[in-house]
Design a protein around this ligand. Structure first.
Ligand code: PMT
Length: 314
């Protein structure tokens, strides 16, 4: 049995798994009938619990900005979007109104008989376009939200999503921006209860999480356009690691980014070339988001990929 199969055999799915699987199935069947293009956007970091009754866990860095922002741009390009995200990380649309921002936009009045809440006049220009786009995406059922916490939750959902996406063949795009743990504590090696500090500092032995890109690209969605992300902190390793990943997993494209510069520079790495997508200082100051050119470039490449596949079939 391969390492990845063993993982599914030894880790239970999350409790809401069957509900999410049904939602994924229904969403995909509907959009496949309509011959729509579809993208799976994964977003946010996975956790690795250290106890079954989890008090402590190890987390992977990701606020969910890349994924939630990109999901909005994919919707603008008429893609149906499965947004698979870490619970409580940034979400499309609401990401624009984080913290107190939303409450600060509202007014409350009470005339003794009734209470009403309104958007402050000077906030309408900010709030209205976001709300309109959100409503449009929800009412036209172009977006499905599914969330995860742990790396095991993520891997179960990833496989279930792929099972549904396989029918789209080349029309499916996978945009794997989530920061997925490489190490974890297997369920059978985890204590049931909170690790007690009175027993001394614990020694925690982490095991490798199987790289699911391998079965994903070769078995689950072999015809899809698969984009993985590579996060590094050392510029000298970035392109080499991205290339290694492409050779190893044989998928379509890696988008490489450095932690500190990820919001204004990424490098697209394909088997034959690499090129930079970046924002100038002025563009960044004007509030442009790098995900806009990233998604525009991918949509163009995806179209060429679909056209190439249909020409090959003729
Ligand atoms: O959300 P932000 O704050 O905006 O940050 C965005 C980001 C920096 C997190 C994002 O742009 C990014 O780089 N995401 C990928 C980070 C990452 O997990 O890289 P990795 O080297 O661990 O994994 C590379 C690829 O392998 C990933 O696409 C992942 O889906 C895949 N993987 C990882 C682990 C695993 N066990 N199986 C996998 O298939």
């Amino acid at each position: 049995m391969s390492h990845w199969e063993e993982f599914y055999n030894t880790h239970l799915p999350p409790t809401d798994f069957e509900d999410n699987r049904s939602l994924l199935k229904e969403f995909c069947e509907r959009h496949n009938k309509l011959q729509n293009r579809i993208v799976l956007v994964t977003s946010g970091g996975t956790t690795v619990p250290l106890e079954h009754n989890t008090v402590r866990f190890v987390d992977n860095f990701s606020a969910g900005t890349r994924g939630s922002t990109s999901a909005e741009y994919f919707l603008e390009h008429d893609y149906a979007v499965i947004f698979m995200y870490r619970a409580k990380s940034l979400e499309p649309f609401t990401r624009h109104l984080t913290g107190q921002q939303f409450f600060d936009m509202l007014d409350i009045t009470d005339n003794g008989q009734s209470t009403s809440i309104t958007v402050k006049p000077d906030s309408v220009d900010v709030f209205a376009p976001i709300l309109a786009k959100y409503k449009q995406a929800r009412e036209s059922q172009m977006i499905l939200y599914v969330n995860f916490n742990t790396v095991a939750d993520y891997l179960w959902l990833l496989r279930a999503a792929c099972e549904c996406l396989a029918a789209f063949e080349e029309r499916a795009l996978l945009y794997l921006a989530a920061a997925v743990s490489d190490f974890y504590v297997p369920q059978d090696m985890m204590p049931a209860h909170k690790i007690q500090s009175g027993q001394g500092a614990p020694t925690i032995s982490l095991q490798f999480v199987p790289k699911m890109l391998a079965p994903l690209a070769s078995l689950w969605v072999p015809h899809a356009f698969v984009v993985s992300f590579k996060l590094e902190t050392d510029e000298n390793l970035l392109i080499t690691k991205a290339r290694d990943s492409l050779y190893k997993y044989n998928h379509t494209l890696v988008i490489a980014n450095i932690l500190q510069t990820r919001k204004h520079r990424v490098v697209f790495v394909t088997p034959t070339m690499s090129y930079e997508v970046h924002l100038s200082r002025e563009q960044a100051l004007q509030g442009l988001e790098i995900e806009e050119p990233i998604v525009a470039d991918l949509v163009k490449r995806h179209s060429e990929y679909i056209n190439g596949a249909s020409t090959n079939r003729q």
